[in-house]
Ligand binder design. Structure first.
Ligand SMILES: [Zn+2]
Length: 216
C-alpha cells in the first residue's frame, strides 16, 4: 500500500521522491509512530537544498490495541465518512469494534490520537474545552482561539494547551473533573460507534447542544 510521489523543490528545482503508506497499523509498525506524531513522516526533504515540505495527503492511523482509527483527510468538511469497503474486508482493520474518527488537519489528527490512546472520550474532551473557553471569556473578556489536549500527567490530571490570539499557555484539570464531565455529558455518548468515521470537534458539540443534529 506504499505510494510514491515525485516532487520538485520550489526553491532549488531539484526533483525527488517521497514514499509513504496510505494506512498504517501502528501496533505492527511501532517504529513509525514517533515520525507520524511529530509530522516528519509526512515531510519531503529536498535532496538538493535540504528544505522540508509538509505533504498534505490522506492517511489512516489504526491502533488495534486501543481499538481506534483516525483518518486524516486534509480539508474534510462532512460530519461523517462511511467506512470504505476496502477496510471492512481487511482483517487488520477491525472497524466494527473500533472508535472511528476523521480529522481534517494534521493538528487535529495528532490530538485525536493522543486522546484516544489515553483511553479518554473525545466527545467529553470537546465539552471540557467549551466549558473552559466560556469560563475564560467570562473571567478575562478574551476569546480562546483553540484548545488542544496534550497528555495525562503523573497525577492523572489532563493537560491542555490554550491558544489565544497573541498568547498561549497550558492548564491542567484533575481527573475527577473529567469523570464528572463524563457523567454530566453522558447524552453525548449515546450513539453507537463503529458504522462510520465521525468528525468530532467544537462544531459537532455545538450542533449536539443546540439539538440541531439529533441523528448523530
Ligand atoms: Zn531544494
Amino acid at each position: 500500500m506504499s505510494h510514491t510521489k515525485t516532487f520538485e523543490c520550489p526553491e532549488c528545482q531539484t526533483s525527488g521522491q517521497h514514499s509513504m503508506e496510505k494506512r498504517v497499523c501502528v501496533n505492527k509498525r511501532p517504529d513509525l509512530k514517533d515520525e507520524i506524531l511529530n509530522g516528519s513522516y509526512f515531510e519531503w526533504v529536498c535532496p538538493g537544498c535540504g528544505k522540508r515540505f509538509f505533504i498534505d495527503d490522506v492517511f489512516l492511523y489504526n491502533d488495534d490495541m486501543h481499538k481506534f482509527m483516525v483518518y486524516l483527510i486534509p480539508g474534510y468538511n462532512e460530519d461523517t465518512l462511511p467506512v470504505p469497503t476496502l477496510l471492512k474486508t481487511d482483517d487488520d482493520y477491525d472497524t466494527a469494534n473500533s472508535v472511528l474518527r476523521v480529522a481534517s488537519g494534521f493538528v487535529d489528527f495528532t490530538e485525536k490520537i493522543r486522546i484516544l490512546e489515553s483511553g479518554l472520550d473525545d466527545r467529553v474532551i470537546e465539552a471540557m474545552k467549551a466549558i473552559y473557553a466560556t469560563v475564560h471569556k467570562n473571567t478575562w473578556a478574551e476569546d480562546v482561539y483553540n484548545i488542544l489536549f496534550e497528555s495525562i500527567g503523573s497525577e492523572g490530571e489532563l493537560n491542555f494547551d490554550v491558544f489565544l490570539e497573541k498568547d498561549d499557555f497550558s492548564f491542567s484539570v484533575p481527573r475527577d473533573i473529567y469523570d464528572k464531565t463524563l457523567e454530566d455529558f453522558a447524552f453525548l455518548r449515546r450513539r453507537q460507534e463503529g458504522d462510520a468515521f465521525l468528525l468530532i470537534d467544537q462544531n459537532w458539540l455545538n450542533n449536539k447542544l443546540s439539538g440541531a443534529d439529533d441523528k448523530t
